[in-house]
Design a protein around this ligand. Sequence first.
Ligand code: TRP
Length: 457
Amino acid sequence: MPKFPKERRFSLHGQWSSRLAFIFAVSGSAVGLGNVWKFPYIAGVNGGGAFVLVYLVCVFVIGLPIMMSEILMGRRGRRNPVETMALLGQEEGGTSRWGIVGVVGVATGFFILSYYSVIAGWAVAYIFEGASGAFRGADAQQVEQLFSRISGNWFITGFWHTAFMALTIFVVAKGVKGGLERAVRILMPALIGLLLLLLIYSMIAGDFARGFAFLFEPKFSELTGAGVLEALGHAFFTLSVGMGAVMAYGAYLPAESSIGRTSIAVVVADTLIAIVAGLVIFPIVFANGLDPAAGPGLIFQSLPLAFGQLPGGSFVAVTFFLLLSFAAWTSAISLMEPAVAWLIERQKLLRSVAAIVIGGLIWLLGFLTVFSNSVLSELTFFQGTFFDNIDFVTSNIALPVGGLAIVVFAGWFMSASSTSEELDPDAGLGYQLWRFSARFIAPVAVVCIFLNAVGVF
Ligand code: TRP
C-alpha cells in the first residue's frame, strides 16, 4: 500500500466507496456527448476510416498513459488539480509553478462546459420532442427542420442550456458521492443496452455495409494534418483527460485501488461505446441519403429518422435522449468539479456556494455558444463560429498541451519510486510500459501531431 504522508491519506472532499464506484465515476465522466454526438460527427466530417484509426491509436497510446498519470498524481496530492500540481511540483520537480498547469486545466474545463451544456440542452429538448410524437413518420427534410427550429432559436436553446446547468450545479453542490455514484451504476448499463438495441435496428433497416465501410475502411487520402490533430484532440476529450478532471476524481480514490486496471476498463468501455454509436448512426445516414459530414446536427437528424420508423419509436426516442442527457450530466459534473474543489479549498467556501458561483459564470459564458448557433451564426472567424472556435481551441490545443505537461511531469519529474508506489508495484511489466509511454511515446506523439498540423512535415 502506498506510503502517503499521514495528512494525505484522504481528500477533504471525501472518498469513493470502492474501486468499482470510481470506475463508474470515471466512465461516467468519459462517456458522454463525446461518444454519441461528437465522435460520429467529426468522423463524418473527416471522411471516416483513416480518421477513426488515428483516433484509436491516440486513445490507447497517448490517452491511456495520461489517464494513469492524472489518477496517480491526483491520489498522491489529494487536493484539487491546481494545488495537487503545485504540491507535487514542489516535492518532485523543485517548483510549485507546476500549479499553472492546474490553473489552465480549470479554465479549460470552464470553457468546455460552457458549450457542452448547450449541446446537452438540445438532447434534453429532444426528450420532449420525442414525447410529443414529433419524430413519428418524419422524413429527412422534416427532421432537419426540427433541428434548426431548436438550435437556431436562441430562446429555446438558451432555456434548455439553463436547465442543464441548473441540474449540474445541483449535483456538484450536493457532493459527488451520494446521488451520482448510485445513478451512474444504473444509467450506464441502460445506455449501453439501448445503443445495442439501436444497433440491431440499424443492421436491419440501415445501410449497414456502407456504414461499416465508412467507419473502418481507411482512406488515407482523405486525412489531413488538421484531421490528425482533431483525432488527437478528440482522444483527450472523450477520455476526459488533459485538464485535471480525472486528477480531481483520483484525489478521492482509495489508496489500495489499482490504477492501471481501472484506467484500462474505462478506456475500453469508452471506445466501444463510441464505435457502437458510429455503427448505429452511419447506416441510418446512408440509408436515408443524409450527409455524413452534416456537422454538429448529425445525431439530431439521423436518429429521429430511425425513431420515426420504429414501432414504439416515440418511447425509444424518449428513453434514448433521456439516457444521453444523463450521460452528458455525469460528464458535465466532472468538468466543473476541479474548479469547484479549487474554490472550496482556496476560499473556504461552502460547496453549494462554490458550485453556484462557478456554475453561474459557466452558464453566462454558454450564451456565446447559444447565440453562435442562432443570431450570431453569421459572425465567423478563424475556425468558424464562436462555437467552432471554443471547441477547436479547448479540444485540439488546450487539452493536448495540458496532457503533455501532465505526462511529462509524471514521466520525467516524478521519481520512479513515487510513481511505482502509486501504480501497483507488483505489475512490473505494466509499470515499465507505462513509464516508457509517459516519458517517450506520448510526449513525442503529441509534439509530432502539433508540428504536422502546422505543416512542419
Ligand atoms: N469525456 C466527456 C465526453 O466525451 C466530456 C468530458 C467530461 C471532458 N470531462 C471532461 C472532456 C474533461 C475534456 C476534459 O462527453
